[in-house]
Design a protein around this ligand. Structure first.
Ligand SMILES: Nc1ncnc2c1ncn2[C@@H]1O[C@H](COP(=O)(O)OP(=O)(O)OP(=O)(O)O)[C@@H](O)[C@H]1O
Ligand SMILES: [Mg+2]
Length: 446
């Protein structure tokens, strides 16, 4: 139970509160009590002075008269005055007997007055005649008040601490109940079920916010898990096709191929099929590597125009061979990034444009710097991509229906998308009417 943060806090606060209350009240009590004690002593000394004055002027007889007169007229019940002779017999005053043995000027005297015992504070003054004058006051009330106050202090401290601990227990109960809903969701998630969400109370307090955050986190996790599931399904599906084809070919070759030449031809086709499988794996691994973000460590300043020059040069022969015009309009556009990845991304875009644009078409590659962005654009005059499919073509393995006939695995644009993300940029597909215009926008350097 002491492991509970709330309870520990409550106990800590109770202790702090009790101690400070005790110190404050204790000081007040002490200050008041010592003030009252000083007042008592002052009064005693004043009375004693007055009596001594009478003794000096009128001797023992005068003093006795003064004492009797004072006791007769004075209404102060707490006052104690007594004059004794050298044999300790009372000469005057309101005490019957006088205790023996007291030494020193100040002493405490136990009395019984009106059937109750009480304590008086006394001042003893020996006179030169051998008499002793004692003046004092009954301080029983003060002592009783002192005891009551001390008791009250102890009790209230104890009660305060008890109430604080009780409140701590109540708070712990409430918190435990609120945390229980989060725990139970966590338990189910641990068992592999990502569907439960923490119910919100609508109070908008810390717990609601925490629960909200946890729910957002679970949503995101679900999304990621779905992504992983979808990709692994797609991988299984997409590898199945070339592998099945490969199997079919080998089977036919075994059954029907009768000459070494036909075997050879089949083996070559099989190799191509296998190369395609390896390419898919390479592309997937590459995308995974980019998404892991490790390549960010190797970022350096690069000019998009320089990269584009190389890529365009590389693809020029292929474009010509397909009867396409490939042209470039390159402005200096510097970024901080990974030049090999950007070259790969641009190559994928140009490769698509060449692959999907029918002969006689035009492909235009441009780089520009605009509004803090460095952009690479690839525009073609091919069939384009319908608006509703533009989102999907950047997903892994997605291919538009019309391109099923051409070679490819649907990973090219996924890689471009992850390169954009890695650099903090984005990929946009527009209508080039006719054709497709792809814009890869990255944050410009400086
Ligand atoms: N320039 C384009 N014109 C028309 N359709 C395009 C163009 N670029 C891409 N697409 C469509 O988007 C789909 C996804 O492109 P992506 O580059 O990701 O895959 P792919 O070219 O089919 O295969 P891969 O690039 O992996 O060899 C293509 O299958 C095609 O349908
Ligand atoms: Mg492609």
């Amino acid at each position: 139970m002491l492991r509970s943060t709330v309870l520990r806090l409550a106990i800590g606060y109770a202790a702090l509160f009790a101690i400070s209350a005790l110190v404050l009240a204790g000081y007040t009590y002490w200050a008041t009590d010592s003030y009252l004690a000083r007042q008592t002593d002052k009064t005693i000394v004043a009375v004693a002075d007055a009596m001594l004055e009478r003794f000096r002027n009128e001797g023992i007889a005068g003093l006795s008269r003064a004492i009797e007169a004072r006791l007769a007229e004075e209404a102060d019940e707490d006052e104690v005055i007594v004059l004794v002779d050298r044999d300790r017999r009372v000469v005057a005053g309101n005490l019957e007997t006088v205790p023996a043995g007291a030494t020193g000027p100040w002493f405490a005297l136990e009395l019984v007055r009106e059937q109750r015992s009480s304590t008086a504070r006394m001042l003893r003054l020996p006179l030169n005649t051998g008499h002793v004058l004692m003046v004092g006051r009954d301080v029983q009330v003060r002592l009783e008040v002192r005891k009551v106050v001390a008791d009250t202090l102890l009790w209230s401290t104890g009660v305060t601490a008890a109430i604080a601990i009780l409140l701590g227990l109540v708070a712990r109960r409430i918190l435990t109940r609120r945390l229980a809903s989060i725990s139970s969701v966590a338990d189910r998630v641990v068992l592999g079920d990502l569907s439960p969400r923490v119910p919100l109370t609508g109070a908008g307090d810390e717990f609601d916010r925490l629960s909200g955050d946890i729910n957002v986190m679970l949503d995101r996790l679900t999304e990621l898990m779905d992504g992983v599931r979808q990709v692994s399904n797609a991988i299984a599906h997409d590898l199945r096709t070339p592998l099945t084809r490969l199997r079919g070919r080998l089977e036919t070759a075994l059954a029907a191929a009768d000459s070494p030449a036909r075997f050879r031809a089949t083996a070559e086709l099989a190799l191509q099929e296998l190369d395609q499988v390896v390419r898919i794996f390479d592309a997937l691994l590459r995308i995974a590597e980019i998404e892991a973000g490790h390549r960010r460590a190797a970022f350096a300043p690069v000019d998009l125009a320089a990269i584009a020059t190389d890529v365009v040069e590389l693809y020029q022969p292929l474009a010509e061979q397909r009867g396409l015009v490939l042209e470039a309009a390159l402005d200096k556009a510097e970024i901080v990034g990974d030049s090999a990845l950007i070259a790969q991304a641009l190559a994928n875009l140009v490769d698509n444009a060449i692959k999907y644009t029918p002969a006689g078409g035009r492909i235009r590659v441009a780089t520009v710097r605009r509004d803090g962005l460095a952009e690479i654009k690839v525009a073609d005059s091919g069939p384009g991509i319908p608006v509703e499919e533009r989102e999907k073509v950047t997903q892994r393995f997605y291919r538009v229906e019309h391109s099923r006939g051409s070679p490819g695995s649907g990973l090219g644009l996924s890689l471009v998308g992850s390169v954009a993300k890695l650099h903090g940029g984005h990929l946009a597909l527009h209508d080039n009417s006719p054709g497709l215009r792809v814009v890869l926008a990255l944050p410009a350097a400086g």
